[in-house]
Design a protein around this ligand. Structure first.
Ligand code: NDP
Length: 312
């Protein structure tokens, strides 16, 4: 008998995911039993998982081989002590491409000074300001994981000088890379536009504090599709208000949805987007899930296993 797979996510996900998962399992040559019904004998081999579905405790799943997250960011799952098998995070081609495109759009908005024309159309012919070429602009990226690397590659292909930072040293073609505390200082000092693609972990909490923000060049812009916890909100508001930073585009927040009364909404130097930078796309993500099930059935190591100690 093939593997038994439980899909546990909010109810509206099942009809969206079921056909793609079934097709992907068939393409992978897997004869699976796939259900969204958690009742009956809990003899599932895999749980495809997102919080908000029927499974709230993994302890009864005694045969489980892995938990396959529908999310790339696993900060709300990683502390679940009832998960004693590998927890795999989502790495999905569609999610990755979507993020790189979203970041490129917002970086180009800043780079080209698009707002001056889109928002400032007032009948005055101001043609004196020519934007620099991308080759004359440095974009920093904190986080060189699946999303950070793809974003860095797209920005570098446009022509930007890209300098990135990760926990462990990395070598990437066409991208300058740094790691460690001194590396962070170098990246901050160089970044006219800073993109945050780090996970939310104890080590990244409040990383962009008053000191780090002050280390950015005057007039720098921030694009944050990573997590709200990366930034000290009060320090950010202060740096925008005192003119050190020019603008911030924020997609993620410490509290989501961002409360209507939050000062970010009305701030003239902040663009708020509602956690839409990129999304796991069933069409492509189902293939990633099937690949991990196939590996599990073939006795191979799972892909994208979360390091529970590091939290990502
Ligand atoms: P990865 O796990 O692939 O990459 C994380 C990167 O961050 C790695 O380069 C890692 O370093 C680096 N990192 C982690 N901790 C530290 C640290 N303490 N100091 C320095 N670098 C660190 O994640 P993804 O690229 O797939 O995703 C990144 C984040 O994007 C997710 O965790 C999630 O929060 C967010 N996200 C947001 C979405 C949105 O729509 N807004 C959608 C999807 C994800 P190293 O390479 O050394 O391991």
């Amino acid at each position: 008998m093939g593997p038994r797979i439980l899909f546990s996510a909010p109810e509206d996900h099942w009809p969206l995911w079921r056909p793609h998962l079934l097709a992907a399992f068939a393409d992978a040559g897997l004869d699976v039993t796939l259900t969204d019904d958690p009742s009956g004998p809990w003899t599932f081999d895999y749980v495809v998982y997102r919080p908000g579905g029927p499974v709230i405790d993994f302890a009864p799943f005694e045969r489980l081989k892995a938990v396959l997250s529908l999310w790339a960011g696993v900060e709300s799952i990683v502390g679940d002590t009832s998960i004693v098998v590998p927890l795999c995070r989502m790495v999905d081609e569609g999610l990755t491409r979507g993020m790189a495109e979203w970041v490129a759009g917002h970086v180009l908005r800043y780079h080209l000074g698009t707002d001056a024309h889109v928002l400032g159309q007032d009948g005055v012919w101001r043609n004196g300001v020519v934007p620099p070429l991308a080759t004359e602009r440095t974009v920093g990226i904190l986080g060189l994981g699946e999303l950070g690397r793809a974003t860095a590659a797209l920005l570098a292909a446009i022509g930007f000088r890209v300098i990135g930072w990760s926990r462990a040293p990395r070598e990437l073609a066409g991208i300058e890379t740094r790691s460690g505390a001194s590396g962070l200082a170098e990246v901050l000092a160089a970044s006219e536009i800073l993109v945050l693609l780090l996970p939310s972990t104890p080590a990244t909490e409040g990383l962009l504090d008053a000191r780090a923000l002050a280390a950015l060049p005057r007039g720098a812009r921030i694009v944050n599709p990573g997590r709200g916890t990366l930034i000290d909100d009060a320090a950010l508001l202060k740096a925008l208000d005192n003119g050190h930073l020019a603008h911030a585009t924020l997609d993620v927040f410490r509290q989501e949805p961002l409360p209507a009364a939050h000062p970010f909404w009305a701030h003239p130097k902040i663009t708020v987007t509602p956690h839409i930078a990129s999304e796991t796309r069933p069409e492509t993500a189902a293939t990633a899930i099937a690949e991990n099930v196939r590996r599990g059935e073939d006795g191979l190591d799972f892909l994208h296993v979360v390091n529970r100690a590091e939290g990502y």
